[in-house]
Design a protein around this ligand. Structure first.
Ligand SMILES: *Cc1c(COP(=O)(O)O)cnc(C)c1O
Length: 456
């Protein structure tokens, strides 16, 4: 650990003037911070010269690692050509035009339109405003409620935090009124004693039907779902989930929005998570891997029907009064074009598909021990859930902070992975080699053994 007694240590300086979000503050006071200087492939290096294999691709986004030359070159070339422009008043960069064409081309939609933001949260907020705007223009000003699921993660702005189904948002007095929550579709945790997966699914469908009947279909603006819930703990839905709930939403004319901020661009083994699960949404929310994490950027990708409806709604008042100063930034767009090319034509998608069996085997092997309740995931995203008792699924006592201890032990051994509730999340970069993946599992395995021996 860095010597925090030195006033000029990176750790002391970081704590003095930087405010950490989503960080357990007692633990950084105890263990110190990790201040990074650069990366090499899937590794990052800190100010003390220690190397860590980043098993989380940064924050789900650095799919091409931390020094990919093609992405660095795309950024450098675009900075030299045209380093910044907006997308207001009928002007936008050529890069933004090309990226929109590319996003529609690689989307599951036959046609569509793209609107840019700087983050996933802003893309979800933008989508909600689009829905409010078009419902009002079509004569349904009361269609404002948004349906999401427990454990959903849609971001941190006031609206996207209201869509997020995590208890911590109560410290902000959120959710705002009109944000409705369905049960998280996690059979292992939410299924009742003796309830089959099929019965659990039927219960979720009935819950949705009851919610729509109770609230009134004409008060609902849209339904948002991550194909695999990410920050909620890597939760794939119970089998048949989207096939069962989409007809209910369709019957009531409720738009279906896929939040593909994590699942987009290959994470689940297909380009889009909705492809992995065989459903077609009305719009897609994208960010994170969109630029391989090399630039802050988000996008709303509207399918043909919502594009047409939004266009008509906008024609009536001659404007869509929304946009961010840096929306459609030409450097971000140039990087996104290069990143999409890497995923689709540069071998990353193939490498994901090649790695998935190795990833699943590694997870299954670690899950085959007493204190792992289940492993779950899809493609190259997975979680191992630690439990006190495997048979009863009884969790470890909260004060033991088992998942934090596992993650800290991993960090001490040069692996970054993330504690989420009682689980440990892995979300490796798409560029990993077999040897790097084995290194990841070996380090995690040693950390699990060490921590479980301490708390058993
Ligand atoms: C990360 C994430 C967001 C928020 O994106 P930010 O860029 O952090 O605002 C939204 N939805 C999902 C599914 C995410 O994983």
């Amino acid at each position: 650990m860095p010597d925090t007694t030195l006033p000029n240590s990176w750790d002391a300086r970081a704590k003095q003037n930087s405010f950490f979000g989503f960080t357990d503050l007692p633990s950084i006071n105890e263990r110190g911070t990790v201040i990074l200087t650069h990366g090499e492939g899937p590794y990052v290096v800190d100010t003390e010269g220690r190397r860590y294999l980043d098993g989380n691709s940064g924050l789900w986004n650095m799919i091409a690692g931390f020094d990919h030359p093609a992405l660095i070159k795309a950024a450098q070339d675009q900075y030299a050509r045209f380093p910044g422009y907006h997308a207001f008043f009928g002007r936008m960069s050529d890069q933004a035009v090309m990226l929109s064409e590319k996003l529609v081309e690689v989307s599951p939609f036959a046609d569509g339109k793209v609107f840019y933001t700087n983050s996933g949260s802003e893309a979800n907020d933008t989508m909600v405003k689009m829905l409010w705007f078009l419902h009002a223009a079509e004569g349904r000003p009361n269609a404002r409620k948004i349906i999401t699921r427990g454990n959903a993660y849609h971001g941190v702005t006031a609206v996207s935090a209201s869509m997020t189904g995590k208890p911590y948002n109560s410290v902000f007095g959120l959710p705002l009124p009109g944000f409705l929550r369905l049960t998280c579709p996690h059979y292992w945790r939410e299924g009742r004693e003796g309830e089959s997966a099929a019965d659990f699914l039927a219960r979720l469908v009935a819950e949705l039907e009851e919610m729509i009947a109770r609230e009134g279909a004409d008060t609902i603006a849209g339904f948002f779902a991550e194909p695999v819930q990410g920050a909620g703990g890597v939760i794939p839905p119970v089998d048949g989930y989207f096939d069962a709930i989409l007809p209910v939403l369709r019957k009531h004319g409720i738009p279906v929005i896929a939040d593909e901020v994590i699942t987009g661009f290959g994470r689940t083994g297909s380009v889009w998570g909705c492809e992995s699960y065989g459903f077609l949404p009305d719009a897609i929310i994208s960010s994170k891997a969109l630029t391989a994490g090399f630039f802050p950027m988000g996008a709303v990708i509207l399918g043909p029907e919502l594009s047409d409806r939004l266009q008509r709604a906008t024609d009536a008042i001659e404007e869509f009064p929304h946009g961010f100063t840096a929306s459609g930034h030409p450097v971000g767009c140039a990087i996104a074009l290069a990143s999409i090319d890497l995923v689709l034509n540069g071998g990353l998608m193939e490498n994901v598909q090649r790695l998935i069996p190795r990833f699943e085997a590694g997870m299954a092997k670690l899950a085959d021990q007493d204190h792992i309740g289940e492993w779950r995931g899809r493609g190259l995203m997975g979680a191992l859930e630690a439990v006190r008792d495997k048979a009863t699924k009884k969790p470890f006592e909260g004060h033991l902070s088992v998942s934090e201890r596992i993650a800290n032990t991993c960090t001490d051994h040069g692996l970054i992975c993330r504690p989420l509730g009682q689980s440990i999340v892995l979300c490796p970069p798409f560029i990993m080699t077999d040897a790097q993946m084995d290194e990841m599992f070996d380090k995690l395995s040693a950390a699990l053994a060490q921590v479980f021996a301490e708390v058993a």
